[in-house]
Design a protein around this ligand. Structure first.
Ligand SMILES: [Zn+2]
Length: 293
């Protein structure tokens, strides 16, 4: 009898997972252990290129956000963490908060987006570099990061959001603010969430812990080799999930359109030859990838 109970428990444990990661395009990621869900970089609306260059005011697409949040563990969502406040990382901050009730952990600029959306003060917390947050079974170390320049060494939309930003707002009003990366530790594994494609971006005085998974921004990277040398090797990545390589002006429902400057063929090729043991995963939008270690 004892043997059968043990066997059943063993079989049940096979179906359990440590945590899951779901990509919702660009750098929007949901990490969940089934009890606690965290959402990084809330950006689902994805306005068009015309919305951006025409300088018109744009608001979050409530229905669309509802639809995509239904694909993740939104009912378990307790934290929203915008890595910086460019619109493609933070424009849906308020709407995601409204739909999930989760708390916002962000820079002063991020909190000004929340204040513009009249988010309750107990649902937002200002965070700073090297701070350690404990959320459910997750421990999240906030790392200082540098946003890479976009073109010709120029960073577009620099500066902080200094006052509450009400929606609808023009996309250029979402200036960068402070830039974070996150080391996420869970009893079942570790994740480095590093949305900037800038290898020297992480400026933490802390010892580099091992990251089982690195969620790596590949936009505006200097080179794949640079990311390998300065991020993937020092953090001993086992699995890499490249993000921010898709065209952010193209709607989520269209599926992944690789932006021309991302050159993912080169990324895959270099990874294969330099780090053949490291798995590169490229899930589809909304595809929940589960991990056990
Ligand atoms: Zn940015």
């Amino acid at each position: 009898m004892k043997f059968f109970i043990s066997a059943i428990l063993f079989l049940l444990s096979i179906n359990c997972y440590a945590f899951s990661i779901t990509w919702l395009g660009t750098t929007c990621i949901v990490v969940s252990d089934g009890k606690t869900s965290l959402l990084f970089d809330p950006f689902i609306t994805r306005p068009s290129l015309w919305d951006f260059i025409s300088l018109q005011k744009v608001k979050s697409d409530k229905k669309l956000i509802e639809k995509w949040l239904a694909k993740v563990d939104a009912d378990k969502m307790v934290a929203i963490l915008p890595s910086h406040t460019h619109y493609d990382h933070a424009m849906d901050l308020v709407e995601v908060q409204r739909q999930t009730g989760a708390k916002i952990y962000g820079s002063q600029s991020a909190l000004n987006i929340a204040k513009g959306g009249k988010v309750a003060s107990e649902k937002m917390q200002q965070v700073s570099f090297n701070q350690l947050l404990t959320i459910g079974a997750f421990k999240i170390r906030i790392l200082e990061a540098t946003h890479p320049p976009h073109l010709f060494n120029i960073l577009f939309l620099a500066g902080k959001i200094e006052a509450p930003l009400e929606s609808p707002a023009a996309l250029y009003q979402y200036t960068v603010g402070e830039s974070f990366s996150y080391m996420i530790t869970h009893p079942d594994g570790t994740i480095l969430y590093h949305p900037a494609g800038f290898a020297t971006a992480i400026q933490s005085p802390l010892k580099k812990p091992k990251a089982n998974i690195v969620i790596q921004g590949t936009a505006n990277r200097k080179s794949t080799e640079d990311l390998i040398e300065k991020v993937l090797l020092p953090y001993q990545a086992e699995i890499v999930i490249p993000v921010h390589y898709d065209d952010m002006f193209s709607a989520l429902k269209k599926g992944i359109v690789v932006r021309s400057r991302s050159d993912m063929q080169e990324f895959n090729r270099t990874m294969k030859s330099r780090l053949p043991k490291v798995k590169v995963l490229r899930p589809k939008y909304g595809e929940k990838v589960t991990y056990r270690f």
